[in-house]
Design a protein around this ligand. Structure first.
Ligand SMILES: Nc1ncnc2c1ncn2[C@@H]1O[C@H](COP(=O)(O)OP(=O)(O)O)[C@@H](O)[C@H]1O
Ligand SMILES: O=P(O)(O)O[C@H]1O[C@H](CO)[C@@H](O[C@H]2O[C@H](CO)[C@@H](O)[C@H](O)[C@H]2O)[C@H](O)[C@H]1O
Length: 460
C-alpha cells in the first residue's frame, strides 16, 4: 500500500481537522484492533471522494488511515484502517446514532461527519460503484456477474471484526476495517473455491481493492450472495444444548462439509509435503506462540511444560496420512463461521483467518487438521458456555464431526492423536489470548481446556 496520500479530487488537507474526531471515535469501535493502547498519531494513506462534497447533499469520503500506537515493546507501530465517512451540513435525526463529530476548522469546517455505512443513501452508492467496475482514483472495483440495481441496504447488527451491509436480502458486503498489503484470504479462497465448483462457500460476486501501482492490491471489500434465512452453527448448537437435544447429526454433516472444502482447496491451490524441517518449524511456531501468550496472560505459566510437551510429541513423528500435508485452510474455523441454509445444507464463511495474525502467515499452507481442531474446540466452547456443563454432549459432537470428516476425506483425524492434540492445544492457547484481550469473562472456557490438554500429555 502506498504511504503517499493520493486523492480522487478530495482535499488531502482534510485529515488534520478530522484528527480530534477520530481520536475519540475510533478506539470505541468494535472492529478497532488496538484497544487498550493509546493512539499517538494518524497518517493519511489515501482519500477518495466516492460522492463529491458539495453544499447541497451528503458527501461520502473513503479514507485509508494509518493509526499510530505504541507496540508491545513500546516501539511505535501503525495499522491501516478503512473508513467510510459521511459528510453533511446537518444530520437528520435518524442518523444521530452514526454521529462521529463536528469539524471546526480546515476545508470541512462547519460540516458534520458520521459513519457513512449507516446512511442508506451512501450505502446504496457503494453498491452502485460495485455494479459499475473500473478504477476510481486509488481504488479499483471489480465484479464477476451483473448485479441488480436499487437493492435496499441495511447495516448488519453483529459482533464483528469488520462491518457488513446486507442489500435487499440478496447480497452481503463485508467492508474490511483493518487493511493489510495483499489479497485478503476472504476473497482469495472463496474465489478459488467457486472456480473449483465448490458450492459450500458463497462465491464472491464483486469486490474493491487498492489500485496504487503496487504488484499486490489490498482487498477492501467483498460482495457475496446473502444466505437469507440461514442460521449459524453456534446459535444452533446453543439451542440444542438448551433443549437437551443431540447435535451429532449436524456435527457429522459439518465434518463432511469441512472435508469437502479442504479437498476443493487442496485441488485448487498448491499443497506442500511436510518433511522433518517443516514439522519442526510448525512445532517451533506453536512453542513461540505459547511463550508469547504466557507472557501476556500469566495464568498460563504453570501449564507451559505440559502444553509444550504436546507440541514436542509431534516433532519426531512422520506419517503418511493426508493430514500431514500442508494446504490452504480456513484458518479460524469455529461454529460461528458455519451457516445452515434453509435447505439444511452447511455453508462456510469468513476465510480471513485469525484476525490478529499477519496476512503472510494466514496465507501460508497449513495441515488441514488445524481447522478440524478449531471445530473440536468450538463444541467444547458451546458445552462449557451452557449451564449445567455437559461434557458428554461435546464429546459426542467431536466424535461425530471426525466421523463425518473421515467419511468424505478418507482420513480420520482421530488416527493422528498427537497431531490433533498439538493443534487443539495451539488453538486453546490462541483462545486464552483472544479472550483475555476481548472478553475476559470467557477466559475460564479455554482455561478449562488448557488444564485438560496439559494434563493429557503427562498421562502415559
Ligand atoms: N453469505 C452470508 N449469508 C448470510 N449471513 C452471512 C453471510 N456472510 C456473513 N453472514 C453473517 O454476518 C456475520 C459476520 O460475518 P463474518 O464474515 O463472520 O464477519 P467478520 O469477519 O467481521 O467477523 C456472520 O456471523 C453471519 O451471521
Ligand atoms: O469470528 P471471528 O473471526 O471474529 O473470530 C474471533 O472471535 C470468535 C468469537 O466471536 C472466537 O471464537 C471463540 O469463541 C466462539 C464462541 O463465541 C467459539 O465457538 C470458538 O470455538 C472460539 O474459538 C475466535 O477464536 C476469534 O478468532
Amino acid at each position: 500500500m502506498s504511504e503517499t496520500a493520493s486523492t480522487a479530487r478530495a482535499p488531502v488537507a482534510l485529515l488534520p481537522s478530522l484528527v480530534p474526531l477520530l481520536h475519540e471515535w475510533l478506539p470505541r469501535q468494535r472492529w478497532f484492533a488496538g484497544k487498550g493502547r493509546p493512539v499517538t498519531g494518524f497518517a493519511l494513506v489515501s482519500v477518495t471522494e466516492l460522492l463529491p462534497l458539495d453544499s447541497t447533499g451528503p458527501g461520502l469520503l473513503h479514507l485509508l488511515v494509518r493509526v499510530q500506537q505504541p507496540g508491545p515493546d513500546t516501539a511505535p507501530q501503525s495499522d491501516c484502517y478503512q473508513l467510510l465517512l459521511g459528510v453533511r451540513t446537518s444530520l437528520p435525526p435518524q442518523l444521530a446514532p452514526a454521529l462521529i463529530g463536528h469539524v471546526t476548522d480546515g476545508p470541512l469546517a462547519g460540516r458534520t461527519i458520521y459513519e457513512g455505512l449507516n446512511d442508506p443513501r451512501l450505502a446504496a452508492l457503494l453498491l452502485e460503484r460495485l455494479r459499475t467496475p473500473g478504477p476510481l482514483g486509488p481504488l479499483r472495483f471489480s465484479r464477476t456477474v451483473a448485479i441488480p440495481e436499487n437493492l435496499t441496504p441495511r447495516v448488519l447488527d453483529a459482533e464483528q471484526s469488520n462491518s457488513s451491509l446486507v442489500y435487499g436480502d440478496a447480497y452481503i458486503l463485508k467492508v474490511f476495517r483493518r487493511v493489510y498489503p495483499g489479497a485478503n484470504p476472504d476473497l482469495e479462497l472463496p474465489l478459488a473455491l467457486a472456480r473449483a465448483g465448490c458450492a459450500r462457500v458463497p462465491a464472491p460476486v464483486a469486490w474493491y481493492e487498492t489500485a496504487n501501482g503496487r504488484p499486490e492490491a489490498s482487498t477492501l471489500g467483498v460482495l457475496q450472495p446473502y444466505l437469507r434465512g440461514s442460521q449459524d452453527g453456534w446459535r444452533l448448537a446453543l439451542d440444542a444444548l438448551g433443549a437437551g437435544r443431540d447435535f451429532t447429526t449436524e456435527a457429522r454433516a459439518l465434518g463432511r462439509a469441512t472435508a469437502e472444502v479442504h479437498t476443493a482447496l487442496a485441488d485448487a491451490l498448491p499443497t506442500v509435503a511436510l518433511g522433518r524441517p517443516q514439522t519442526e518449524n510448525l512445532v517451533h511456531g506453536m512453542s513461540r506462540r505459547l511463550d508469547a501468550a504466557a507472557q501476556a496472560v500469566p495464568t498460563l505459566t504453570p501449564y507451559v511444560p505440559g502444553l509444550r510437551a504436546a507440541f514436542e510429541a509431534v516433532a519426531g513423528i512422520r506419517s503418511g496420512s493426508g493430514l500431514w500435508r500442508a494446504q490452504r485452510v480456513h484458518g479460524d474455523l469455529h461454529l460461528g463461521q458455519t451457516l445452515r441454509t434453509r435447505d439444511g445444507d452447511w455453508s462456510m464463511i469468513d476465510f480471513e483467518g485469525e484476525p490478529a495474525k499477519p496476512l503472510a502467515e494466514r496465507r501460508r499452507p497449513q495441515p488441514p487438521v488445524r481447522d478440524v481442531a478449531g471445530m473440536l474446540r468450538s463444541f467444547d466452547y458451546a458445552a462449557r458456555s451452557h449451564r449445567p456443563w455437559n461434557p458428554d454432549w461435546a464429546e459426542r459432537c467431536r466424535d461425530a464431526y471426525c466421523t463425518g470428516y473421515a467419511e468424505t476425506s478418507g482420513t480420520d483425524p482421530r488416527d493422528e492423536p498427537a497431531l490433533l492434540r498439538a493443534y487443539e492445544t495451539d488453538k486453546a492457547v490462541y483462545e486464552v489470548l483472544y479472550e483475555a484481550r476481548h472478553r475476559p469473562d470467557w477466559l475460564p472456557v479455554p482455561m478449562a481446556a488448557i488444564h485438560r490438554l496439559a494434563a493429557q500429555t503427562t498421562t502415559p
